[in-house]
Design a protein around this ligand. Structure first.
Ligand code: KIV
Ligand code: ZN
Length: 383
């Protein structure tokens, strides 16, 4: 059966860029946007044009250079925001306006001091107005994660009536459990009468470390777009990590879902964003962390040296990492020491290894990690 494609909506330059202390200038944003286009994302959310002249300029310049992806600008459900977003997108080949409003009772009561009916009315007018500028209008129901499903279904139906092409169901506060978020998407698929006219999008935050799991639950239940960022950067604990959702679909053929992403560019893109934003990637980050393909315990190293697949479910080459790393520490076994020594030209026999290994352990206990430079010294001392 042919695979279904899930669109990747990258918001590194909008939700990702909202990270405190992490401002990018326009030229840095252009480099990242160009790379996202090469990576194969379907939509680049380039910024929030009304928020500042700098953001407006970035969306204009990104719109001019992007060849394949749609370029999207965020707005509130406010006429001037939408007009400014449309102006910023003037040069985009495929422009998308992303407008919306909070739909949870908490947002309606505390943020807007309004009512459910009024919120639907404001959203409806916003989508209609955005449609006067562009054909592709995405509506976000902010805090959909905590919005009553029945009301959310009504909101969605009305926004499709107004012309929305995509319905974004954000778990803005990262509150939902995967089962709950998946059921929310299923509820919309089953209860919104005109749902076939729009794509459902997952936009999950990581406050409980569940953004990736929630997005996957969303696509399993019928969503066909995921909103995510490189390295999972974003407000507070971040957004869904692009590299994680892409590789989950690749590594699980039974899902029968795929994306247009060229996964071989993932590692390099992660570095580009991390360097540009001055936001180091945690070493144990899935897919792109420095330790994602590094093995340091003796049992694992022995397995990986015999066959990589014993302890790796992803071929590092598939995500642009040249090779798996065998790290030498006091937890390493003889197989790892022999392997690393051979790589730098020392073919140790079994007897030689018996002599070198105790010396290696002594050195490793004191120095923690043993490098290629240390190996010849250790060998010289023991044989
Ligand atoms: O998290 C969120 O709800 C958002 C919306 C503005 C789309 O980022
Ligand atoms: Zn968000």
């Amino acid at each position: 059966m042919a695979k279904d494609f899930v669109k990747i909506f990258d918001t590194t330059l909008r939700d990702g860029e909202q990270v405190p202390g992490c401002k990018l200038n326009t030229s840095q944003k252009l480099v990242i946007a160009k790379r996202l286009d090469d990576l194969g994302v379907d939509v680049i959310e380039a910024g929030f044009p009304v928020s500042s002249p700098g953001d407006f300029k970035s969306v204009v310049e990104i719109s001019k250079i992007i060849k394949n992806a749609s370029v999207c600008g965020l707005s509130r459900a406010v006429k001037n925001d939408i007009k400014v977003a449309a102006e910023a997108l003037e040069y985009a080949k495929n422009p998308r306006i992303h407008t919306g409003i909070g739909t949870s009772d908490s947002h309606i009561k505390h943020k807007f001091k309004s009512s459910r009916d009024k919120i639907i009315e404001i959203g409806f007018e916003a989508v209609k107005y955005a449609k006067t500028f562009v054909n592709d209008v995405e509506f976000y129901a902010e805090d959909a994660g905590r919005t009553d499903n029945d009301f959310l279904a009504k909101v969605c139906e009305k926004m499709i009536e107004a012309g929305a092409t995509v319905l974004n169901i954000p778990d803005t506060t990262g509150y939902c459990l995967p089962e709950e978020y998946g059921q929310k998407i299923k509820y919309l698929v089953d209860n919104v009468k005109n749902i076939e006219k729009a794509t459902i999008s997952c936009h999950c935050h990581n406050d409980l470390g569940l953004a990736t799991a929630n997005s996957i639950a969303g696509i399993i239940n019928g969503a066909r777009q995921i909103e995510c960022t490189i390295n999972g950067i974003g407000e507070r604990a971040g957004n869904t990590s692009l590299e994680e959702v892409v590789m989950i679909m690749r590594q699980h053929p039974a899902l029968n879902l795929d994306t247009n992403i060229n996964s071989k560019l993932l590692f390099d893109t992660s570095n580009l964003v991390s360097d540009g934003m001055g936001m180091p990637v945690q070493p144990n980050k899935a897919i792109v962390g420095a330790n994602a393909f590094a093995h340091s315990s003796g049992i694992h190293q022995d397995g990986v040296i015999k066959n990589r697949e014993t302890y790796e479910i992803i071929n590092p080459l598939d995500v642009g990492v040249n090779e798996s790393a065998i790290i030498l520490t006091a937890r390493s076994g003889r197989a790892a020491l022999a392997y690393r020594a051979k790589k730098i030209g020392f073919n140790l026999s079994k007897d030689e290894l018996d002599l070198v290994y105790p010396e290696f352990l002594k050195f490793a206990d004191v120095n923690k990690e043993v490098t290629d430079e240390n190996i010849p010294e250790i060998i010289k001392k023991s044989i």
